[in-house]
Design a protein around this ligand. Sequence first.
Ligand SMILES: Nc1ncnc2c1ncn2[C@@H]1O[C@H](COP(=O)(O)OP(=O)(O)OP(=O)(O)O)[C@@H](O)[C@H]1O
Ligand SMILES: [Mg+2]
Length: 465
Amino acid sequence: MNSATPPASPGTEAVTDQIARHETAPASSTPPGSAEPDAPETALRVDGLFKVFGRRADDAVTALREGASRDELGSGTTAAVIDASFEVRRGEIFVVMGLSGSGKSTLIRMLNGLLEATAGTVTVGDEPITGIPAKRLRTLRRERISMVFQHFALLPHRAVIDNVAYGLEIQGMPKAQRLERARTTTELVGLGGWEDKLPSELSGGMKQRVGLARALAADTEILLMDEAFSALDPLIRREMQEQLLELQSALGKTIVFITHDLNEAMFLGDRIAVMRDGRIVQIGTPEDILTDPANDYVEQFVADVDRARVLTAGSVMEPATPTVGSGSGPRAALRAMRDARTAAAFVVDRDRKLVGTIADRAALRLLQKGEQRITSAVNPEVASCDTETALIELFVPAAESPLPLAVTDERERLVGVLPRITLLAALGGGAMATGEITIDQPLPAEVVEEALAAPGPARDGEESA
Ligand SMILES: Nc1ncnc2c1ncn2[C@@H]1O[C@H](COP(=O)(O)OP(=O)(O)OP(=O)(O)O)[C@@H](O)[C@H]1O
Ligand SMILES: [Mg+2]
């Protein structure tokens, strides 16, 4: 077990390769894609954004800025978005989450200028989109931001392929070229072979794939998705979420994804903005939001979250003790285990790379035999996972392993351990530091003391790491 990434469905890799090549090909009218090397780190920026519907909108903004609450504005005036500010980084999936009516759709519609902001600014890359002429706005939408809608918005009398190619047709792309591009993205979303069907012949999940393929065909750097998967039943929905993550890692799009489903938000989001009554009340990574909710509203929201899918080994692990260097002698190893009151120790090399484990009994035998090094008794079979692994994947290995799971970083260095009890505590949101690190019973103290006190044939070279 190594990584938490869902397995790619067969063929996806080949197709993503294909589209990656396709996108970087020096085609004549290719709009700016996602792979500009010198593009700014921030894909999208929102500063002090307001949307007030109804009468005297500007006065309402002034009042809100001065601290008025949404309810004080009077009937006929609705503050849908209040003073929103955030940045979306390139290649990030930024999720906006909140209850119905909290202002999510209003916010996302201002991001591509479908709705005009009452106050504040939206900037795409380094280009402002608030207050620009309608024609420029249309070009920008075509070239830089596309949108996937909840209810698919397919043209009923056109085949799948023509629905996917529709946006390109509007742009005036020649037929052969747009059909080729549409074919590639149709395949990319798993609809190869369905190109000539009509929308009425497709299931909900397939229709949504067409919507996604259409947005991808536009080859914009930013995708906006408003409740795009909410109309799908749970299994299909999960499949779509996994596919979106795959596509995102293959194509590197910047995605703003709206949902009122917290599990979906946590699964997809690199960062999540939580909205309440028009205001963003917290922005953070899924783990930030889960472990450190900004207020009661967020706390209530996260109460139902499947923590095992959100929390990762790296976020709940404990210090890896005891750890001994692979060049240590049995005396040092035994001493380290005695001090930590454990029956085994993790063994690492000079670069702190995990090599295996050594048991106290094995170290004792070596010591009694007068061995200088622990090398011969190191057990290389050690259950480990990387820091990014979700807890849900760790229950079986933890149950099967007599020792705590070893947690390693991207360079396979030992960075922590995960005892079963820590794993359990993390699910309940309780205190995670347990101090318990061993499952096997350590050797009786007197046995160890006696062995350590006995005059050894030679002193160990190295102490524990
Ligand atoms: N065109 C409009 N005119 C007047 N009020 C509107 C308009 N659009 C939205 N609103 C109001 O703005 C608020 C936010 O609506 P919005 O659609 O952005 O919420 P949402 O978070 O997307 O909700 P949902 O989860 O139900 O889609 C609501 O109170 C809504 O009634
Ligand atoms: Mg909405």
